[in-house]
Design a protein around this ligand. Structure first.
Ligand SMILES: O=C(O)C1=C[C@@H](OP(=O)(O)O)[C@@H](O)[C@H](O)C1
Ligand SMILES: C=C(OP(=O)(O)O)C(=O)O
Length: 426
């Protein structure tokens, strides 16, 4: 078993300012778009974490120049080469977004990842790529990793229909590369509603900022015109989903946490924390940062998290510490995330004495007095964060493999300690 991290418990309200590094989703889109552009791009304040390093490495092996200084990454596009291998780790953004780019390379590019990456749904992207004229041979089972993309230097493109109900990333994957296909791309979704749609909006916004013409006027249809992407100098927003555990600390301890540089307008799903935490008893004030003050109680919540699924683990931890029952709905797709998050949350919270029931599309969480114990993280950064939140209020919680937070926030343990230190110093 990976090492255990004794999650700190606090008896005083947490009072802190927590500055967060860049967004994973924005950084990895910016890297892909920079690699496909007609001129160099500069990314200021990118996220430096496992998922973004994997993306940078993937694009480098395809021939892109990336000069990564700490807070400033210069990306110089070049002709894309094949004959290489891409390690996707456990990053959905790498395993879904890079293959349609690799199709533009001259030669074969093979893809694989962590053991659990081979379980994550991928078939819609593979089938769509085939329909767009891309050669791809899947050696993995059921259209999953590992597979090889047979790049020929160009892609016909055109119209494709897919079922993206398992992940919004399937749509994003084709839109990001589509302008570089000869006929562009038209993606049509059929099936149950797509989750995490703000992430598709993020893709559209970032494409348009780089000069790509995208029509999204018809629901569930996206039309990307063939054309040139421009290089761009851009500042990456802080990762608002990674703000969740820190803001939750304010709520569960009745304290106050401020996150500077909270964007006034954003496509990041983490922005809905303002509404969700307010409904759970917090007061949220947005000026040039977001300040969350906890009240005297934590309320349960009945919430559809379909669009903001990645917030679920931390919200479930808060819900387990609330005064009444919560219903988290619309998140069946979380079974295909870094782990089956519904099963993992129910198992681990119940292991501490909780009462969490899995439903067909979510979780029902009845708060119960919790006790200490091991909280397994399943190589899932957000499970580890959920364990840390529970530990604030429950003595003796030990989070297994806290290092897995490095997927999107390598300094998480240090930032957590610093947040609690500020409270003691205040
Ligand atoms: O496009 C993106 O950057 C993401 C889309 C979402 O994926 P799903 O649509 O699979 O939930 C989200 O959960 C993930 O963390 C990041
Ligand atoms: C689902 C997530 O990640 P990925 O980009 O690997 O899908 C997540 O970060 O919560």
């Amino acid at each position: 078993m990976a090492p255990l991290w004794p999650a700190p418990t606090v008896s005083e309200p947490v009072r802190a300012t927590v500055r967060l590094p860049g967004s994973k989703s924005v950084t990895n889109r910016a890297l892909i778009l920079a690699a496909l552009a007609d001129s160099p791009s500069v990314l200021h304040k990118p996220l430096v974490a496992r998922d973004t390093r994997l993306m940078a490495t993937a694009l480098r092996v395809l021939g892109t120049g990336i000069d990564a200084q700490e807070d400033r990454w210069l990306v110089t596009p070049a002709a894309l080469d094949g004959g290489s291998h891409v390690d996707c780790g456990l990053a959905g953004t790498v395993m879904r977004f890079v293959p349609p780019v690799a199709a533009l390379a001259n030669g074969d590019v093979s893809f694989d990842g962590d053991p659990h990456a081979r379980e994550r749904p991928m078939d819609a992207v593979i089938n769509a790529m085939r329909a767009l004229g891309i050669g791809i041979s899947a050696t993995g089972s059921r259209g999953r990793l590992p597979f090889t993309v047979h790049g020929t230097g160009s892609v016909p493109g055109g119209e494709v229909t897919m079922d993206a109900s398992a992940s919004s990333q399937f749509v994003t994957a084709l839109l990001l590369a589509g302008a570089r296909y000869e006929q562009g791309v038209v993606v049509k979704h059929t099936g149950k509603p797509i989750p995490s749609t703000p992430h598709i909006e993020m893709t559209l916004t970032m494409l348009r900022e780089r000069g790509v013409r995208v029509d999204s006027s018809v629901p569930n249809v996206w039309r990307v015109r063939p054309g040139t992407l421009h290089g761009l100098e851009t500042v990456i927003e802080p990762d608002l989903s990674n703000a969740a555990p820190f803001l939750a600390a304010a709520l569960v301890t009745g304290g106050s946490v401020r996150v500077p540089d909270w964007p006034e307008s954003t496509n990041q799903p983490g922005d809905t924390l303002r509404d969700l935490l307010t409904r759970m008893g917090a007061t949220c004030v947005l000026d040039d940062g977001l300040t969350v003050d906890g009240g005297s109680v934590v309320h349960g919540i009945d919430a559809d998290l379909h669009d903001v699924g990645e917030l679920t683990p931390v919200l479930a931890a808060v819900a387990a510490l609330a005064q009444d029952t919560s219903h988290l709905r619309g998140i069946a797709h979380l079974r295909g995330h870094e782990t089956d998050r519904l099963k993992a949350l129910a198992t681990e919270i119940n292991g501490l004495g909780g009462d969490v029931v899995q439903t067909s599309d979510g979780l029902t969480i009845h708060p119960r007095p919790l006790h200490g114990g091991v909280f397994h993280s399943y190589d899932d950064h957000r499970m580890a964060q959920a364990g840390a939140v529970l530990g604030l209020a429950v003595p003796g919680v030990q989070v297994e493999n806290i290092a897995t937070t490095a997927k999107t926030l390598p300094a998480f343990p240090e930032m957590w300690a610093a947040m609690l230190e500020m409270e003691r110093a205040a």
